[in-house]
Design a protein around this ligand. Structure first.
Ligand code: 6GU
Length: 228
């Protein structure tokens, strides 16, 4: 898979990229690229944004600036995105990111993530250059970078070779294996701490009973999930 991120702050991704599971995925063939809108703008002073028509607070990322960046990267008209690439704008008005969308994106050969800053994107960017708009929740971030990292992190840990044990991405919170419910509780040593003990069944070595207990706990937690 290839993931290109367009941003004014590529340096913000250096910690993200250094994480073990991301490096593992890179070792297994993931290609990560970063493009700074600033590098291809031809506006004087390397300008990338402007004030909104109609007035109002903040600055808006310009449609021409985004076109130049996309053309320079892909050599084609961004208004005809190739079918093998999802072009995703990170924007608070988008489709909410959930495990199903993450699975869908993890199956794609190529993703382009467009980060906005300030008040966001000129609407024509979303309309003509993007296949998707994605939000990570009902609140507003100052820019799309953190949202892009959230999306990329969730996608990358689904790729083969990212996690130590491939199964660890299968039976986890919100996955189909747990029928969309949150994950069951985990415990490790010490088995007893300040009088707080680990459920006996987990120490029993009885795999069928352990599985059954975990499914029950996961379902029970799912009943308290306000979104399900
Ligand atoms: Cl994707 N971007 C911004 N700027 N704010 C957000 C968001 C995205 N998702 C939730 N809030």
């Amino acid at each position: 898979m290839k993931i290109d991120t367009f941003t004014l702050f590529p340096e913000a991704f250096s910690w993200f990229q250094s994480q073990r599971h991301v490096q593992n995925a890179v070792g297994a063939g993931l290609e990560l690229g970063y493009v700074n809108y600033r590098d291809t703008t031809t506006l004087s002073g390397n300008v990338v944004d402007d004030t909104p028509f109609g007035g109002g607070a903040g600055m808006v990322l310009r449609v021409d600036v985004v076109e130049w960046a996309l053309r320079a990267r892909y050599g084609s008209d961004p208004a005809d995105p190739p079918s093998e690439r999802r072009v995703i704008a990170l924007t608070p008005g988008g489709r909410f990111l959930d495990d199903a969308l993450v699975d869908e994106l993890a199956a794609e050969p190529a993703l382009t993530l467009l980060c906005g800053r300030y008040e966001g994107f000129d609407e024509r960017i979303l309309e003509h250059f993007c296949t998707d708009r994605v939000s990570i929740g009902r609140y507003v971030l100052a820019g799309g970078e953190l949202a892009a990292m959230v999306l990329a992190d969730a996608v990358i840990r689904k790729l083969p070779g990212s996690l130590g044990h491939h199964e660890s991405a299968l039976e986890e919170s919100y996955s189909a294996a747990l029928e969309g419910a949150p994950e069951y509780p985990h415990y490790t040593r010490p088995a007893e701490y300040r009088g707080w003990s680990v459920p006996d069944v987990l120490l029993s070595g009885h795999h069928a009973r352990i599985s059954e207990w975990r499914r029950q706990e996961s379902r029970r937690r799912g009943q308290n999930d306000p979104l399900s």
